[in-house]
Write a protein that binds this ligand. Structure first.
Ligand SMILES: NC(=O)c1ccc[n+]([C@@H]2O[C@H](COP(=O)([O-])OP(=O)(O)OC[C@H]3O[C@@H](n4cnc5c(N)ncnc54)[C@H](O)[C@@H]3O)[C@@H](O)[C@H]2O)c1
Ligand SMILES: O=C(O)C[C@H](O)C(=O)O
Length: 340
């Protein structure tokens, strides 16, 4: 029996993500929580002939607590999305996004820490580089912090890398099988695609400016969608796909499948040896980093090395570090927790 919970389930990501989770045979119970509309979304999904029993919850009558009771996996796409002109983290507009989502994530994390502290927590709400540290600090404050169970979902960057590389290779049918580690964080220059490790090498004729353009497209893919949606929000459908894919990996690992590795943004103490090795590779003592993580029944089994990176990729890593450090500090200091 596996209970999955979506917090922010009535939103642009929440609805298609809930649909995909409803169709996942590994899930037997699906609880949908939002501040609006979950009874309708739940009623609609509940007619689909798949095993998961679906229920919707709203804030009154302890709805959050009821949704989270018995949760095995909690996915959080709650919060405001970006509008054109906003970046994922920074000043002015960006501060507004952080301020709103930081408070939302803090309150939802408090609910999880007090009701389902052993659940796997998958954070989608932006800015991920800061919201994951917020969740970690809330869990520390409540004395239930287990870094092996808290994940920032960076899968959309991995999905985009595969898609854009398949385009360059001129064969979209390759997209599902192209594997590229994307590491670092989830915003702009903190997104580091290690294209030299692509399962399907780029053409040797690819010029430096084309490589730069590809890296930029992966780093700022979110902007393409924000611009195209023209005021109607950011990526929702591709994010739902990516979130469901990452959740499925966790659930398969929980069931005992071995060797599942996925890039995800984790606290580097989740695997001390692996985390320390990453710090050495990047040359900085960061608490959080997205790295290829091997998953198991209790979450993080091992944080894998970044492997052989080119000089070009090492420059991308170095360019990401100042932003990452600032983003992490911004999230951590939002919660006044004792340092562990
Ligand atoms: N990690 C990623 O790769 C990635 C990709 C795309 C979007 N995002 C982020 O995901 C978040 C959601 O995006 P969206 O397009 O679905 O936005 P949306 O506005 O369509 O949906 C957000 C939902 O959250 C709900 N919500 C707000 N406050 C809540 C609370 N306190 N408790 C529960 N639910 C609450 C809203 O009612 C709404 O239904 C944004 O922060 C966005 O930037 C992340
Ligand atoms: O870019 C955004 O604001 C949404 C999301 O993080 C994305 O990568 O599409």
């Amino acid at each position: 029996m596996v209970k999955a919970v979506v917090l922010g389930a009535a939103g642009g990501i929440g609805q298609p993500l809930s649909l995909l989770l409803k169709t996942n045979p590994l899930i037997s119970e699906l609880a949908l929580y939002d501040i609006v509309n979950t009874p309708g979304v739940a009623a609609d999904l509940s007619h689909i002939a798949t095993p998961a029993k679906v229920q919707g919850f709203l804030p009154p009558d302890d709805g959050l607590k009821k949704a989270l009771t018995g949760a095995d996996i909690v996915v959080i796409p709650a919060g405001v999305p970006r509008k054109p002109g906003m970046t994922r983290l920074g000043i002015a507009f960006r501060d507004d996004l952080f301020k709103i989502n930081a408070g939302i994530v803090r309150d939802l994390a408090t609910g999880i820490a007090t009701t389902a502290p052993k659940a796997f927590v998958l954070v989608i709400s932006n800015p991920v580089n800061s919201t994951v540290p917020i969740v970690a600090e809330v869990f520390k404050k409540n004395g239930v912090f287990d870094p092996k169970r808290i994940f920032g979902v960076t899968t959309l960057d991995v999905v985009r890398a595969s898609t854009f590389v398949s385009e360059i290779l001129g064969d979209f049918s390759l997209a599902p099988s192209i594997k590229i580690p994307v590491v670092g964080g989830h915003s702009g220059v903190t997104i580091i695609p290690l294209l030299s490790q692509s399962s399907h090498p780029l053409p040797s004729s690819l010029k430096q400016d084309a490589l730069d353009a590809l890296v930029y497209r992966i780093q700022f893919g979110g902007d393409e969608v924000v611009k195209a949606k023209d005021g109607a929000g950011s990526a929702t459908l591709s994010m739902a796909y990516a979130g469901a894919e990452f959740a499925e990996k966790i659930l398969r690992a929980v069931k005992g499948e071995k060797g599942i590795v996925a890039p995800t943004y984790v606290h580097l103490s989740a695997d001390k040896a692996g985390g320390d090795a990453i710090k050495k590779e990047i040359g900085k003592d960061l608490d959080f980093f997205s790295a290829p993580v091997e998953l198991g029944p209790d979450g993080v089994v091992k944080i894998n090395s970044l492997g052989k990176v080119t000089e070009y990729e090492q420059k991308l890593i170095q360019a990401a570090l100042p932003d990452l450090a600032t983003n992490i500090e911004k999230g951590s200091s939002f919660i006044d927790a004792p340092k562990l």
